[in-house]
Design a protein around this ligand. Structure first.
Ligand code: SAH
Length: 345
């Protein structure tokens, strides 16, 4: 079945023309979509049009399957899609609003050794509307509307999946969610996180969307990176850094590098020194994340002191760095952990 959330205002207008309806109906439908409503609850269209829509479109693309609340207030959702597949999302509250982490694929085929999302490979890509619906649903749940009244102000594409492995749907989502006709989330408040698919980083730079690019580096040496991230066999660190510089030059936003600290693997002074060396010369920021241990994986995390030591080494070498709080590790906070628990039950 199709979903209305995949449609832009222009596309809805074309649909209304096909149905012999007035073009203004398109905006009425989109207003409902933006409120996160299911078709059967639309109140401003005729019963006849509703019937027509329901014969072709899913009432709503997903529903909340499970919700967990962490001690720190972080909420984690498992959503069930129309085909029964499960994806995840994490909601964080900040001073200025809510930040939602969304999934872009069911599963993932990148095979990173520390990540739970990739344990069973890729099941399928999400459509733009399925990614958008995660935001619509949670925004509505929080009592938010579109535009200035939205509750979800920030979005990170850091749930399950590799966003740049589902490029067209992700870019369409970015346009839909930031559109004046849609929720109107500022692209400046949206982060796309990638394991480093170089050609698509360059392509993204040309989209003229001022979003934040986040690159999961996790190792400063190619051989070490290959041992934890199979994508490193395809693209070297040099190529990734060059693409990141290109992104900065085109888009004008500093690039964020994610570095998950794994005990005895990438937490040495040598690694910090090499990281500072390769990241020199353009505006960037490093986010250190003490590894969220995944029970199916052998890799171990570092303690707070190790993380602070690593951060200090980088600071001394003039690299801008923060340690990200380990989010919600009491509620299966790491990518893919909740889904795996549900699917294994
Ligand atoms: N595929 C995208 C998004 C993945 S999730 C990417 O690779 O960037 C977002 C971040 O969480 C990535 O930096 C990813 O490497 C990291 N991550 C995955 N599993 C983790 C774990 N168990 N502990 C800490 N970080 C993890």
């Amino acid at each position: 079945m199709e979903i209305l959330q995949d449609y832009s205002l222009e596309e809805l207008k074309a649909l209304m023309e096909e149905y012999g309806e007035k073009p203004f109906r398109a905006k009425q439908i989109l207003d409902n979509v933006n409120l996160g409503k299911s078709i059967s609850s639309y109140s401003n269209i005729s019963a006849e049009l509703k019937e027509k829509l329901l014969s072709r479109f899913a009432d709503f693309p997903l529903k909340i399957h499970t919700e967990q609340v962490s001690r720190d207030g972080t909420r984690k959702f498992a959503y069930e899609l129309s085909d029964g597949n499960i994806i995840e999302g994490v909601l964080l509250e900040y001073k200025y609003g809510f930040s939602l982490c969304v999934s872009t694929q069911v599963g993932c085929r990148m095979g990173c050794k520390f990540c739970a999302s990739t344990l069973n490979g890729l099941v399928r890509n999400l459509t733009a509307g399925e990614i958008l619906s995660q935001v619509l649903l949670v925004n509505a749940l929080l009592g938010g509307k579109a535009g200035k009244l939205r509750k979800v102000t920030n979005i990170v594409l850091m749930g399950s999946g590799e966003p740049l492995d589902n490029y067209d749907n992700v870019v369409k989502f970015l346009h839909l969610v930031s559109s004046k006709d849609g929720l109107n989330v500022s692209p400046r408040n949206i982060s796309v996180s990638t394991c480093g698919i170089v050609p698509n980083i360059r392509k993204l730079a040309d989209e003229k969307l001022p979003i934040i690019l986040t690159i999961s580096l996790h190792a400063p040496f190619d051989e070490l990176r290959k041992s934890i991230m199979p994508i490193a066999n395809k693209y070297s660190i040099r190529e990734i850094i060059d693409a990141a510089k290109f992104y900065f030059e085109k888009v004008g936003r500093r690039v964020v590098f994610e570095y998950a600290l794994i005990k005895g693997v990438n937490d040495s002074f040598d690694c910090a020194k090499q990281l500072a060396l390769i990241l020199r010369g353009f505006p960037l920021h490093v986010n250190l994340i003490p590894l969220n241990e995944v029970k199916e994986r052998e890799l171990k995390t570092v303690n707070r002191k190790n993380a602070e030591q690593f951060a200090e080494w980088l600071t001394n070498m003039k690299i801008s760095v923060t340690i990200r709080r380990t989010m919600a590790d009491d509620i299966d906070g790491a990518c893919g952990q909740l889904r795996n628990k549900i699917e294994n039950n």
